[in-house]
Ligand binder design. Structure first.
Ligand SMILES: [Zn+2]
Length: 382
């Protein structure tokens, strides 16, 4: 029996079952097994069952941005300047938390600690602490935190009850045992200390709903239930500060209020997501049938949406390349296909499958001159 990671209630039948060929991870790898997504009626949490293959995936392949210190994900281009994800995360945190008075700040699941490094650069009296479940990042930590202030595999028990702030950036969506992790975070904080974290918002970026390594898809309601159960109060949830994400902060309390958060279910929105992804598969199959024999294709967007399309095609050999505007991806390969700038679309390509967030796909494609001027047929996911 599958139970909810947030409230422990047994889950009913899945609202979405993925195709055996298209269980995709955030790193765009197709893994074995069918993704099953559940909607908890007790707390509004949306949950993906863990696939057995995930363990091997984490052990062997999960190493985002390990190339070097400056290798980061592009968050946006603002007024012609590239803004990186860690930079934006640091800026948002500094706008929300008061870090005066030499606070001890732990990044829990820190990876390279890129965000904390930027926070400390802006607030030099903040004292950085780092923790991750692996030792592969220690080389990145040594030059900005003292030995007693970082730990791999298990947290340092001497930190218990002493930390002012614990942060977590894009970690909780991967963790099935939320109760254990939240209890540990709470135990590290001093009474009144702040837990600050970011998790994806599946309702704004629909790809989050199908990725196999995101076992948790939070809503405002399931976040409140989770934090209340774990002994936090003064919960503030911001859906605007970071694109397609919830930015959350709350305080550790000694005695939790007995007033439970009110539960309201996002059933319509969840059903819409499940229906979108189920029909996207059928939709791609129909579009592919309409193509003429030997017609060459490109897939626009080298992320989860584009790789989902690739996994759904019955004749992936028709694909000449991926198109992507992100210059960090151009020249690289994904699942055996080259990624090129949209202007470099090969002349023999007559159709483009658009692998972008459906909320913005049409307006983005309308602005791509090379597709418009060559009158290339575009196929959308919806
Ligand atoms: Zn639940």
């Amino acid at each position: 029996m599958t139970v909810c990671n947030v409230c422990g209630k047994p889950l009913d039948a899945p609202v979405y079952i993925g195709d055996a060929r298209s269980s995709i991870t955030t790193l765009n790898k197709v893994i074995e097994g069918q993704t099953e997504v559940f909607h908890c009626q007790g707390c509004d949490h949306v949950q993906t069952a863990e696939l057995p293959e995930l363990e091997r995936f984490y052990a062997e392949e999960y190493s985002i941005n390990e190339d070097g210190l400056d290798d980061d994900q592009l968050y946006e281009i603002r007024d012609g300047t590239e803004v990186y994800r860690s930079e934006h995360q640091a800026r948002v945190l500094l706008s929300k938390l008061d870090l005066r008075g030499a606070p001890k700040v732990l990044d829990y699941g820190a990876a390279k600690g890129a965000t904390l490094r930027k926070i400390v650069a802006a607030k030099p009296d903040a004292v950085p602490y780092l923790f991750d479940v692996t030792s592969r990042y220690e080389a990145f930590w040594r030059d900005f935190a003292k030995d007693a202030q970082w730990a791999s595999f298990a947290i340092n028990r001497e930190w218990t009850g002493t930390l002012d702030v614990v942060t977590s950036f894009y970690a909780l969506e991967h963790i099935p045992r939320l109760d254990d992790v939240l209890a540990e975070i709470k135990s590290l904080l001093r009474p009144g200390g702040t837990f600050y974290f970011i998790v994806p918002n599946t309702y704004q970026n629909w790809a989050d709903f199908i990725v196999a390594d995101h076992v948790n898809h939070f809503s405002r309601c399931s976040l409140e239930v989770m934090l209340h159960r774990a002994g936090f109060s003064d919960i503030v949830i911001d859906e605007e500060a970071h694109a397609s994400a919830f930015v959350v902060h709350c305080k550790a309390v000694e005695i939790q209020s007995s007033v439970r958060p009110e539960v309201s279910l996002s059933t319509d929105k969840v059903n819409r997501l499940a229906e979108f992804w189920s029909s996207a598969r059928r939709h791609i199959a129909r579009q592919e049938k309409d193509l003429s024999h030997g017609e060459k294709l490109a897939v626009y967007g080298a992320g989860v949406y584009g790789n989902f399309i690739l996994a759904c095609l019955s004749e992936p050999d028709r694909v000449a390349c991926f198109l992507d505007q992100n210059r960090f991806l151009q020249g690289k390969e994904i699942n055996g296909f080259r990624i090129v700038h949209p202007d470099a679309i090969p002349d023999n390509v007559t159709g483009v499958f658009v692998g972008l967030n459906p909320l913005t796909a049409r307006s983005i494609i309308a602005s791509v001159q090379s597709l418009q001027s060559k009158n290339i047929r575009c196929f959308f996911l919806d």
